[in-house]
Design a protein around this ligand. Structure first.
Ligand code: AMP
Ligand code: MG
Length: 430
């Protein structure tokens, strides 16, 4: 750089600031739809789920054994006649004092019984009397699951904004729901920029033209967005030309809530995203103080009025850096909460970074970076973290090898044995 022509440098923006700024621009999509339980995985609940019944609905046995009155067995070895047999799904009659009921797991407790003795603690009486020796002294309530101990009638079992999981879908079924009202999926148009990009499947490795590379970002971005509940329109590769970029943006804006691109957000002559988005709306190009990452663009693209589109409507635009690891990490840290917010998810951690765990670094990082760094690491069998040796933002192997990120503050070195902040991919990759 010559002293007479300094290139102006944009001051770096703190990640937390970028995150809160970005979140401030999202209004959750208002639409909802009804889906069958099996289709509700990872969707965002649009209603408070209130239980109309107790779960379990009745007191029941948690063991195969004998239901009895605890007061009838004051010492081990008492013999009680078996007056009835109650299997799951069947209802017994009131238990006569001084008798017991053969009972199975899940079967309703007969009226009068207040405890269950598991069959392992009994012996059948020989001869033709149908009875059992009870070899233990039962406590009232033992091996009994109380009505409503899981869910009480009238309680909200899952709140609006909950991201549904396998267990929560089971819980909804358990209170009798077959369908749920969920937020509409965000419609996202995805395209990759870069004349160097070719598609796997279209060009064989042996036929790669000089200078070409395969488009990796398209695939992981698409997968991540699908996991986040988005409907993705994959618009492929857009060549590095202003008109082509404008045309792609224009078509995408009308029918999508977000246009996500990778590449072309730096400020080189081959980076056409900025002028193209500005031509159709507005764009802020941020230099975020993070590594990998840094260039990140947020903007809006105007929709053409007509055909169901009101004048003045806009579509969100996010431009990610092209380097695969930068693209991957900025997606997880910035776009993920954006997309959750767009669906009205209130889950804790969705507005900021997910929770970090303090873990031991089993590596050294002797050179501190000026930016807050997200290192690709993996938990080892000794309960510490190993560092992937090559932390370059172009090395996607690091992200594939790792199971999480160390969130390392700017200007901080790490010595083996230090405690560091670890964010698990499993908390980020929904
Ligand atoms: P850019 O942000 O367009 O300057 O790209 C930065 C680097 O990332 C360049 O080395 C690109 O070749 C690479 N890159 C951009 N897009 C992709 C992509 N979709 N898949 C893999 N690498 C990419
Ligand atoms: Mg490029």
């Amino acid at each position: 750089m010559s002293a007479s022509h300094p290139i102006p440098r944009t001051p770096l923006m703190a990640l937390d600031l970028a995150l809160s700024d970005l979140m401030g621009r999202v209004t959750p999509l208002s639409g909802t739809e009804s889906v069958a339980l099996v289709d509700a995985d990872r969707r965002i609940l649009a209603e408070d789920l209130v239980s109309e019944l107790q779960v379990p609905p009745h007191d029941n046995s948690s063991m195969d054994g004998y239901a009895l009155r605890a007061a009838d067995v004051t010492a081990p070895g008492v013999v009680l006649p078996v007056s009835q047999r109650i299997a799951a799904g069947h209802v017994g009659v009131a238990l006569e004092p001084g008798t017991c009921a053969r009972i199975f797991t899940g079967a309703p407790m007969p009226t009068g019984a207040d405890a269950v003795v598991m069959q392992e603690d009994t012996r059948e009486v020989g001869g033709n009397i149908h009875g059992v020796h009870v070899d233990v002294v039962p406590q009232p309530g033992q091996w009994v699951r109380r009505a409503g101990e899981d869910v009480r009638r009238g309680t909200v079992v899952l709140g609006e904004g909950t991201r549904l999981s396998a267990a929560s879908i089971g819980l909804a079924a358990g209170i009798g729901r077959a369908r749920l009202s969920v937020r509409v999926r965000p419609r996202v148009a995805l395209f990759s920029t870069g004349d160097e990009l070719v598609m796997p499947g279209e060009v064989a490795p042996s036929d790669m033209p000089p200078g070409a590379i395969y488009n990796s970002n398209r695939f992981f971005l698409r997968v991540l967005m699908q996991r986040l509940g988005c409907e993705v329109s994959d618009l492929g590769i857009v060549p590095d030309r202003r008109e082509a970029t404008v045309a792609a943006l224009k078509t995408a804006a009308d029918h999508h809530d977000l246009i996500l691109t990778s590449g072309g957000v730096s400020v080189g002559e081959e980076d056409h995203i900025k002028p193209a988005v500005q031509q159709l709306g507005s764009l802020d190009l941020w230099q975020i103080a993070m590594k990998p990452g840094k260039p990140f663009a947020y903007g809006v693209v105007r929709r053409d009025a007509g055909a169901g589109v009101a004048a003045g409507q806009t579509c969100h635009f996010i431009g990610l850096p092209g380097n695969p690891v930068s693209s991957f990490v900025t997606f997880l840290l910035l776009v993920r909460p954006f997309l959750l917010r767009l669906q009205g998810a209130l889950e804790s951690g969705s507005l900021t970074l997910p929770r970090a765990y303090r873990m031991r670094a089993d590596f050294d990082l002797p050179r501190a970076d000026k930016r807050r760094e997200f290192l690709r690491v993996r938990r080892n069998d000794q309960g510490g973290l190993d560092l992937f040796p090559n932390q370059s933002s172009g090395v996607l192997t690091s992200a594939s090898w790792a199971d999480g990120l160390v969130d390392n503050p700017a200007g901080t070195t790490i010595a083996s044995g230090d405690l560091v902040d670890y964010i698990a991919f499993s908390d980020l990759l929904p």
